[in-house]
Write a protein that binds this ligand. Structure first.
Ligand SMILES: Nc1nc2c(c(=O)[nH]1)N[C@H]1C(S)=C(S)[C@@H](COP(=O)(O)O)O[C@H]1N2
Ligand SMILES: [Mo]
Length: 227
């Protein structure tokens, strides 16, 4: 009997394990705080600041979801827990920092210098979490300690690890996809179901070249984990 691959979105394959992965520049693990209480809110907001212990007061959610990297590997059934982004937005960001009503570009910045932006509408979906556990244990370093974004309908590169700051912007001037990576890699939505892998280049072509990078990237990210 052949394995069940019916869950796979277009152009994806089942890698069968959850590798540590990312853009080569960010393979070295950054210095990380023990918890997410130092999370910053910034951008076009009335009162930028540190979230502190309030994140721990939000309702906790458990979720099992599949994870899809834009290079075409998928991992099925990651068990996350954390808080809903929508709750963070309503009860902390809006209540405390007061983003401008039209500040709908949300930039996530990692402790490693990585950054990626999503649209607020996409982030308010029920399955978008700020996660701090994986498979019942504290989020491991390789998967984004102390806090990461989990947005299962969006490619892995939108799921920023080691989140240090969340910024709400009216326009895209304050943000660019990390240097020196080309902007074509950064689709503004990045929805898996629609194969929004990148800009300007057909997704099938991107997938072909990205796929060649998978083994080397996994080796590199595993090596840099062991400092
Ligand atoms: N801070 C940070 N977040 C990141 C990345 C990164 O290099 N740094 N890589 C992205 C990419 S391309 C992918 S596929 C996923 C990989 O997550 P994993 O290491 O938990 O598999 O993280 C995303 N978030
Ligand atoms: Mo990725």
């Amino acid at each position: 009997m052949s394995p069940d691959t019916s869950w796979l979105p277009p152009g994806q394959f089942d890698i069968g394990a959850f590798p540590r992965f990312g853009l080569g520049k960010f393979a070295r693990l950054p210095a990380l705080p023990a918890d997410a209480s130092g999370l910053r809110i910034g951008g076009d907001v009335a009162r930028p600041g540190i979230v502190g212990p309030r994140l721990a007061e939000l309702p906790r959610i458990q979720q099992v979801s599949d994870f899809h990297c834009v290079t075409s590997w998928s991992y099925r059934g990651a068990r996350w827990s954390g808080v809903r982004f929508a709750d963070f937005y309503g009860r902390i960001a809006q209540a405390e920092a007061a983003p401008a009503a039209d500040a709908t570009l949300v930039v996530f910045r990692g402790h490693d210098g990585y950054a990626c932006a999503m649209q607020l509408d996409d982030l308010l979906a029920d399955d978008v979490l700020l996660a701090d556990t994986l498979d019942g244990a504290a989020l491991p370093l390789e998967h984004g300690a102390p806090l990461r974004l989990v947005a299962p309908a969006h490619y892995g590169f939108k799921n920023v690890k080691h989140v240090a700051a969340i910024e709400f912007w009216r326009n895209s001037r304050a943000y660019r996809f990390p240097f020196p990576y080309p902007q074509l890699m950064d689709h503004p939505r990045g929805r898996v179901a629609l194969e929004e892998r990148g800009r300007w280049v057909p997704p099938g072509l991107l997938r072909f070249f990205y796929r060649l990078l998978i083994p080397g990237t996994i080796r590199n990210f595993a090596k840099m984990r062991r400092r």
